[in-house]
Design a protein around this ligand. Structure first.
Ligand SMILES: *Cc1c(COP(=O)(O)O)cnc(C)c1O
Length: 492
């Protein structure tokens, strides 16, 4: 690998860092305060329990420890993070600042409606914007994540069928779906029935017609789907499901591809969740908090979670008097800070800006796809939306896998793309560049992957031993997940 500054990866000054427990020395202290006049008294252990086993540390110890740990981190603020299905795009800092505005950040969730008209207005306007963006009629901002939105959607399906007097117990879910879809359906008591996608990566309406029956509550589909392809026959599919008395759930996690382009209601979708932390400017590499608002048609509005934020004249209030509602699914207003970021992002982008963001996200993904498809196998060779899915088929002769290439990308200074998902592509390598990467950075990323493909042919062992420039090499990920050992290895 080149030692010039061709790629962002570096073997540079990444300092070692022991655990604070190994660093502490009895008697060290992080502050100096004048001796008090009050005599010391023993604390009754019955009142406070055993003292915690915290190490004794100086201020310098603590500051360096956390600063160093933060430098081991990788995020969208440090480099390209092309993790497919996750929309790891740059989140403008102005949205952080709006969310941290004291009047907003310190608003107490238990204030009476008349004392928080501004907060309620913000929530109401965000609901209105999200309805306009999706084409649907009513929105609940309560769910805390995409999967939570899915669960809320399934509860709405359940409540709607119950209201119509006939409960159903199955739900159709395409084989390209995100794992959270069948999990959310199962949590709600539905049995997931898999629908195979065809050789073009599309759902076949004929197959849906065959599987859809009076026992089936509806279908849960993702559009664009997790192959990064637009489900072209979604309206036909929705019509089939509706004709048999079912509902259509849209997983809107991939909305970054179709802002201002796709109208979910006209596609036949009845319930759709959005991932504000993916599409609308909340950093989410660390796993939370997020928000998964649920958007529904007018017919399903009565089933949305309570309380609803409603507007009467020029006043806003919370309304819980909704007898058909699925109930409350999050404390207070959901993850309010995430909602503020989304509100700020939507206002700063405007309608034209949001549409442009999606167009650029799609352009970038197609650019990456076209520039790599001669060296990486592209199972579905057609225009993609915001992400493209390759496989390791061409590297099989050298016995190089997707995992090897992903690990090697770390040496070049990139967060690896999503790997081995979607499950329908063997050895999948799913790249979502997002709209916030410029052409120069995309070219550099493409050059890195092309160099890795060359290494696979010429020096395959280099790839099998990757990553080499990181603090730790290949971890036993199964062991790490099953037996997290937070105190070792102490030599690190
Ligand atoms: C991310 C994602 C989800 C789940 O969203 P969370 O906020 O992580 O719960 C669901 N479906 C798809 C397609 C996704 O990409």
């Amino acid at each position: 690998m080149s030692t010039t500054n061709e790629f962002p990866g570096t073997g540079g000054l990444i300092l070692n860092e022991p655990l604070l427990w190994h660093k502490g020395k009895k008697g060290r202290i992080g502050m100096s305060i004048p001796a008090g006049e009050v005599p010391a008294a023993a604390i009754d252990p019955l009142l406070v329990g055993e003292p915690a086993d915290f190490p004794d540390l100086s201020e310098v110890d603590v500051v360096r420890h956390y600063t160093r740990l933060s430098q081991w981190n990788f995020g969208v603020d440090s480099g390209m993070y092309p993790l497919g299905s996750c929309t790891m795009k740059y989140n403008p800092k102005t949205n952080e600042r709006q969310a941290a505005t004291p009047a907003i950040a310190a608003a107490h969730p238990m204030l009476a409606d008349e004392l928080c008209q501004g907060t309620l207005r913000l929530l109401h306007e965000l609901q209105t914007y999200l309805a306009a963006i999706t084409g649907l009629d009513a929105v609940s901002l309560q769910p805390a994540a995409g999967a939570h939105g899915e669960l809320t959607g399934m509860l709405i399906f359940h409540a709607w069928h119950r209201h119509r007097g006939a409960q159903r117990h199955k739900i159709l879910i395409p084989d390209t779906a995100h794992g959270t879809n069948p999990a959310s359906a199962a949590l709600c008591g539905y049995q997931a029935v898999a629908v195979k996608s065809d050789e073009r990566g599309m759902l076949d309406p004929a197959l849906v017609a065959e599987l859809m029956d009076e026992e089936t509550a509806g279908i849960m589909l993702t559009n664009p789907n997790t192959l990064g392809l637009f489900e072209e026959r979604i309206r036909e599919i929705a019509a089939i499901v509706h004709a048999k008395g079912g509902l259509v759930y849209g997983d809107g996690a991939n909305m970054n591809a179709v802002l201002g382009v796709m109208d979910a209601k006209r596609c036949g979708i009845d319930v759709l969740h959005l991932n504000l932390h993916k599409t609308f400017s909340t950093p989410h590499g660390g796993g939370g908090p997020g928000a998964g608002p649920v958007c529904v048609t007018g017919e399903l509005e009565p089933f949305l979670p309570v309380p609803r934020v409603v507007k009467e004249g020029d006043r806003y209030r919370l309304d819980s008097d909704r007898p058909l509602s699925v109930g409350r699914i999050h404390a207070f207003h959901g993850n309010f800070g995430v909602l503020v970021r989304a509100y700020s992002y939507i206002l700063s982008m405007g309608e034209a800006g949001l549409k442009r963001a999606s167009q650029l996200a799609v352009l970038n993904a197609n650019y990456v796809k076209e520039r790599l498809k001669d060296v990486l196998h592209l199972p579905y060779d057609r225009p993609c939306m915001h992400e493209c899915v390759f496989s390791d088929l061409k590297q099989q002769a050298q016995k190089i896998t997707t995992l090897d290439m992903a690990k090697r990308l770390i040496d070049y200074g990139y967060h690896p793309p999503t790997i081995y998902f979607p499950l329908v592509v063997h050895g999948a390598l799913m790249i979502e560049p997002t709209e916030t990467e410029c052409k120069d950075d995309l070219d550099q990323f493409i050059a890195a992957l092309r160099a890795i493909v060359r290494e696979a042919e010429e020096q395959p062992d280099l790839l099998r031993q990757a990553p080499q420039r990181t603090k730790v090499r290949r971890l036993d990920e199964v062991q790490a997940a099953r037996c997290p050992c937070l105190t070792g290895p102490s030599a690190v």
